[in-house]
Design a protein around this ligand. Structure first.
Ligand code: SAH
Ligand code: SF4
Ligand code: F3S
Length: 479
């Protein structure tokens, strides 16, 4: 048993990051292990976790397992978890309880595994070991490639397996992938994070910032182009800092340019930290039509005092300067953000400063959260006197303003013709398809299914707060 250690996860050393291409090993026995058996993976959290699940699915299928769309009749159930806020924890433990019932009533041989960011938390793994005896397997974000060996131990010995490395991490290049979509793909460009914002658990669950070497990224994108993909999203907690940990001067600006030059129809990237956004990146985004005019630029707070306590490394003024520079350089773009309310010590005045920034920036949309204390982070130990009631009330006031601006931003699209990558059938009705504009607006379009996977021009006919309706248009895009 190898449990995670918070103390080790907090460390950063100068240890060299190794690029490993022979870590994923599947011998003949492992390839047959899942024959006539099924798996079900439930994913929580961010795009990085969604992409990890695509790796996990491919590994399980390499082992002969087939995907079950229904958890109730799966032989192996994996929960790929997120640790970012307490409610993410609660959801997972709710699911762990449901699987217990399944084991007790339907099939005692179900194998339940927990992986992802919660598995990297020492307190969580202790809790699982003490209270949730029916969990058979725990593995972390650094050893996904070891899933065949770990699962085989559980299946052959019926012994619980716990293997979580609390390391800064290497870059493992040979993990297979089963992508959810045939049209758009996630591509990791870096792992981990070294920003250590005081509220955030990610640097402890994902290890130190490690950029992938450009040749691996570009090869992956070129293959996606050959396979007919229309869109790639370059993934990292801090994509603008791409390359800073490599021994070259190759940065995000160059990577974006080289990815754009592969000819893929659409390039996106998340998440941008305001700290590392360079002018040269802005130039590249402007220069290439296939780099989408959409930027997610987390603000977190509009109060410079709180930003300092958060360890965000920018002031309100610096954020606003960058914001206006982007809007000026890319007038057609959409800009979205993340905001936390109720950080320890946040006063009404601090909160007002956040509202002021929102009024000034008129974001296209925002994810808003109440601060959630995470064990092991500095903010968890800060004095926090604001009652939850007030935090809730601030969140509601903030959401009200955010929604108003989202709608306003969408209204600018009325009667415009915009490009939309149609991804699948709309939830709204069977004869509608759904997709996203270049600026990442969700659009429902009445269109036949043959259009799935194509980028089409759509005339926007109706505006809502979180989506728009449109119809196929033959005319050229207007923006
Ligand atoms: N790397 C990204 C953020 C990833 S986490 C960045 O730096 O912008 C996604 C969002 O979750 C964060 O932007 C933040 O708004 C929110 N978040 C992170 N930790 C949180 C916490 N402890 N409580 C509440 N929200 C949190
Ligand atoms: Fe967390 Fe900050 Fe890193 Fe984003 S930049 S993942 S908020 S520590
Ligand atoms: Fe959650 Fe881990 Fe992503 S904590 S937000 S799944 S990096």
């Amino acid at each position: 048993m190898l449990k995670p250690s918070l103390k080790d996860a907090q460390k950063r050393t100068r240890k060299e990051v190794l690029v490993k291409t022979n870590e994923y090993i599947l011998n003949h026995d492992l390839k047959a292990l899942g024959k006539n058996k099924t798996y079900y993976v439930k994913t929580y959290g961010c795009q990085m976790n969604e992409h990890d699940t695509e790796n996990i699915k491919a590994i399980l299928e390499d082992m002969g397992f087939e995907e079950s769309l229904n958890m109730d009749n799966a032989d192996v159930i994996l929960l790929n978890t997120c640790a970012i806020r307490e409610n993410a924890h609660n959801k997972v433990f709710g699911m762990v309880g449901r699987v217990k019932t399944l084991k007790e009533t339907i099939n005692p041989n179900i194998i339940l595994g927990i992986c992802g960011c919660m598995a990297q938390e020492e307190v969580v793994v202790d809790e699982i070991l003490n209270k949730y005896k029916h969990v058979d397997l725990v593995f972390g974000t650094h050893n996904i490639h070891r899933l065949p060996q770990l699962l085989s131990e559980v299946m052959n010995t019926h012994q619980k397996q716990v293997e979580v490395f609390s390391i800064e991490g290497d870059v493992i290049e040979d993990i297979p992938v089963k992508r959810d979509s045939k049209y758009k793909a996630w591509v990791n460009i870096m792992y981990g994070c070294d920003k250590f914002c005081t509220y955030c658990i990610v640097p402890y669950t994902r290890g130190k910032q490690r950029s992938r070497h450009p040749e691996y990224i570009l090869e992956e994108v070129r293959k996606l182009v050959r396979d007919g993909y229309q869109e790639v999203t370059l993934l990292g907690q801090n994509v603008n800092a791409y390359g800073k940990d490599l021994d070259t001067h190759y940065g995000m600006d160059q990577l974006l340019e080289d990815v754009a030059k592969t000819g893929i129809a659409r390039v996106r990237f998340v998440t941008s930290h305001p700290w590392d956004f360079t002018d040269s990146m802005i130039e590249v985004i402007k220069k290439y039509d296939n780099i989408m005019p959409y930027i997610h630029l987390p603000l977190q707070s509009g109060s410079s005092r709180i930003l300092k306590l958060m360890g965000r490394r920018y002031t309100k003024e610096e954020y606003l300067t960058l914001y206006h520079k982007l809007r000026e350089a890319l007038p057609y773009s959409s800009i979205t953000t993340d905001i936390i309310v109720g950080f320890p010590g946040e006063t009404e005045e601090d909160f007002q400063a956040t509202l002021d920034v929102v009024h000034e920036c008129k974001f296209d949309s925002a994810f808003t959260f109440i601060f959630s204390p995470r064990v092991g982070t500095p903010a968890c130990r800060m004095q926090d006197d604001t009652p939850l009631e007030i935090k809730n009330e601030r969140l509601q006031r903030l959401n009200h303003v955010i929604n108003q601006y989202s709608r306003e931003a969408n209204e600018k699209y009325q009667d415009k013709i915009v490009p939309v990558l149609l991804e699948g059938v709309s939830e709204k009705s069977d004869d509608h398809l759904m997709g996203y504009t270049d600026t990442m607006k969700l659009v429902n379009v009445k269109a036949p299914k043959e259009y799935i996977g194509k980028i089409v021009n759509v005339r926007i006919t109706d505006i809502k707060t979180w989506s728009m309706d449109g119809e196929l248009a033959l005319e050229k895009v207007t923006n």
